[in-house]
Structure formats: C-alpha cells, structure tokens
Design a binder for this molecule. Structure first.
Ligand code: DGJ
Length: 316
C-alpha cells in the first residue's frame, strides 16, 4: 500500500540572465512580454524571435505555468504577415494580452511599426482561446497619440490599462481600456518623463511606475515614481538600481505581483536584449524591495519563489 502523499508547492529557483528552457528544452521566446493569471495558471506572451521563424512574418508565443518557473510552450499565437502593409522590416513588439470576462475574449495589444518606427501605432488582435490564434482586428494611435513601447497594467479591481510611450509629448500615458477592451478610452495620467518599457504595480495602497530611458536596445538606468492614484500626482523619478549598473544590463517590461497566503512578492521582469542575436535575448527577473514609496532592484542572483505562500528568497 502506498501512503497518501500531499504535494507541497516547493519554492522554485530563478536564475536571471541564464538561458531559460521551456518544456521542450528550447529557450523561451517571450521577449518584451507580459503575463496574466487566469485561475491558478499564469500565461506569458512575448515576442517570439526564434531563429527558425519566417523572416517575413512576426510571431508572438504563449507559454503557461503554475509556478512561474516551469513554462509549457502553448502556441505561436500570432504568425502575422504585415497586416497593415508597412513593408520589409515591419515591427511587432511588446505584445500584451488582456482577458475580457464579459465578452469571454482574449484581446492582444502590441506595438506595430515600420522599419523607421514612424508609424507609432498599436495593433489589436482577438482570440476566443488564451493560446490563440489571435486574429488581427485593427491598428490605431491610442487617444490619437503616437505610441511606441506599450505596457499593461491590471489593477486589483480588475480594471485594465494600457501604458504607452508618446515621443512628441515627452512622456508616457496610462489609459483605461474601453469595456470591450477593443479601444483605449480614458487617460488617467500623462507622466511627463521620457520613459519607455513602462510598467505599473499597485502595492500597499500606492502605485509604482517604472520605465527605462530612450536608448534603443542599450540598457540604461531604469527609474520609478509613485502616486496614490493612477491620476497622480506622481513623485519625482528615482533610480531603481545603482545607475552605473544600467539596470544590470536589462530593460523593464512588467512588474508582476504574486500574492500568496503569507506574503506578496513583486517581480521586476526585464529583458536583456541581444540586438544582433535577438533569439538569444535573456530575461532578468528579480523580486524587488518595495514599500513606503521606495522600490529597489537588487543585484541579480539566484532566488526562489513559492507561489503558494508568495514568499521569495535570495539564495546567493
Ligand atoms: C527600445 C524598446 O524598448 C524596444 O522595445 C525596441 O523598440 C527598441 N527600443 C528598438 O530600438
């Protein structure tokens, strides 16, 4: 007779900067990505820059996980072929997926551009299933403004926001999506700081916004500001890490809040870009030190997270 075994969720290990293998033993292709949680499962969407992809098309991959460390490849949920005729080297970056519970639809936003980044629009795709396929619906400039890097923020009340960088305004917007999520409806803030890679988290009654400077693929000192309301006023921006480390060679894409039975961990999700070998770009995920209006990204090293308790610990 076998004794009944209760499976305990063990802390899982994260190694920032390493090659991160999926269930097929392939490096995860989810760059400039975003993560949503549905039930007990997280879904990670991002730019799939796999070497075997057709160079005429652009791809978004979707992975799922129950512990944030082990990821199962689900599908290339986008395999689009230049939907707006933007020409060779057209750009699809930073896909973000929102689940619209009312319509039971998955709505993807992404940055759509031409080779010179002059188009500055978002594209919207829709799917009935989380793992695609996503059909191209339309592209537009949110609130009529130029939009390059986008980020996503879902507040504790479930409200969905798009963060988008606006070069002429020298800042970035946080704007609420419409009820059906198919358009961007209401400006919450235009934060007058020239930052991209925008990310927001709501932690202990305060909003923290993180972004990076506009230095292309090169890393720079990412910064944060805080506000009691999404409508501001926002504090001054401060470095999230010693500026000389240039965010330890990474760039922000999201702040992920993991609420467990004992603790809450906020993870900085960053990309370590390798522009000449994009398929080999890496991920820098680290739990941040956060609270009382301060946010700090520790030096990357091995750490663990137990998603059941929400506890994280730095190993060495
Ligand atoms: C920085 C952005 O954050 C990336 O998503 C990408 O657009 C590069 N610039 C292109 O140079």
């Amino acid at each position: 007779m076998f004794a009944a075994v209760t499976l305990m969720a063990a802390p899982q290990t994260f190694r920032p900067g390493d090659v991160w293998l999926d269930n097929r033993d392939r490096h995860i292709q989810a760059h400039g990505g975003g993560i949503i949680k549905l039930g007990d499962t997280w879904y990670w969407f991002g730019e799939d820059r796999g070497r075997d992809n057709d160079p005429e098309r652009r791809y978004v991959a979707c992975y799922s996980s129950k512990d944030l460390a082990h990821w199962t490849f689900r599908n290339q949920v986008v395999r689009w072929s230049d939907p707006e005729n933007l020409g060779p080297h057209w750009v699809l970056e930073r896909p973000k997926v929102f689940y619209n519970a009312k319509a039971k639809k998955y709505v993807m936003y992404l940055h759509l551009d031409d080779a010179k980044y002059k188009v500055a629009r978002v594209a919207v795709g829709v799917s009935d299933k989380v793992d695609g396929d996503f059909t191209f619906v339309k592209s537009f400039r949110p609130l009529g403004q130029e939009s390059r890097d986008i980020g996503q923020f879902i507040d504790d009340d479930g409200a969905a926001y798009l963060i988008f960088e606006d070069r002429p305004a020298k800042g970035f917007h946080i704007a609420k999506l419409s009820d059906d999520y198919l358009t961007v409806e209401r400006e919450m803030s235009l934060i007058k700081a020239p930052l991209e890679g925008g990310a927001v988290v709501h932690y202990q009654g305060l909003y923290y916004a993180v972004g990076s400077a506009l230095t292309g693929w090169d890393p720079n000192p990412n910064k944060y500001a805080t506000a009691k309301s999404l409508e501001g006023p926002w504090s001054e921006f401060r470095d999230i890490a010693p500026p000389e480390t240039r965010t330890y060679g990474s760039q922000s894409t999201m702040l992920l809040k993991v609420v467990g039975s004992q603790a809450t961990t906020v993870i900085f999700l960053g990309d370590i870009w390798r522009p000449k070998t994009q398929w080999d770009s890496r991920y820098l995920w680290m739990p941040v030190e956060i609270g009382d209006g301060k946010l700090a990204l520790p030096a990357p090293r091995e750490w663990t997270l137990d998603v059941k308790t929400g506890r994280s610990a730095i190993v060495r």
